[in-house]
Design a protein around this ligand. Sequence first.
Ligand code: GDP
Length: 287
Amino acid sequence: MNKGIVIKNMNGYYYIQDELGTIHECKVRGRLKKSRYSLLVGDRVEFSEDGFVECILPRQNSMVRPAVANIDQVILVVAAHNPDINELLLDKMLVMIEHADIPVVLCVNKYDVGDTSTDQLIDKYKAIGYQVITTSATAKIGINELRNKLLHKVTAFAGPSGVGKSSLLNAVDEKFAFQTGDISDKIKRGKHTTRHASLFSLNTDSFIMDTPGFSAIEFTDVTLERLPTLFPEFSDYVEACKFHPCYHEHEPICGIKEALANHKIFESRYDAYTIIRKDIQNQRKRF
Ligand code: GDP
């Protein structure tokens, strides 16, 4: 039996790249088609010589939006400038990625136009415990380090439009010819194209997922109990809370509020926590 990874799903066909890098056009058998466990881009599968997917190998993880499986890491890209970093949006995206339980690397691109505030932000997220790399797609800074991070993995690139995701991928490997440009160009183009998630192969065991919709932020399935656990730096201080669960807002004797008062937790992170908490409460009221 052949083994491979689903890199694209189009018009009922699944495109599967085998271990040697050859792409096979396959269909699924009725049995798999009927199962609710449908085949996703990123699935590792066994398939027959005559082009039928026989079985889906166990998944490491899967997401609904976009519908993909087995992502090893997310590279979350922000720009030092143009568009400027929106820390609340960054924290919301980090929370979503933590919720999906996928390792994340923060990539600060456009470092060529950064200033001291860029370095402060980098130091802050490193202090929280995140891996941070700095790049410039145009000035070719940090491209080798970025390429090394991609080896032997399936990586999803996420981040706001215009931060340089396409430019970075083109800098990593010239065979990628992603369209780059300013935001208004992309919005115009986007109107006429429906995009499905697909994987681009860097080599036989390194893949990049183009992630349409990944930046859509919905906290519908994050519970109020789980939310504090999605801020990794909080875990050092929750022991000191008197109540369990503690929501770290109005409770007396709270390890998180104490850490905040002692500047062990960044104020902006605590603020992001309370804002997301309110978002979740408001969403619940609507249902
Ligand atoms: P995407 O929407 O995240 O894929 O962003 P693009 O790759 O299309 O880049 C958006 C704009 O930013 C383009 O005009 C790029 O030329 C520019 N850009 C991308 N990377 C850099 C960088 O490292 N430095 C600077 N100064 N501009 C960049």
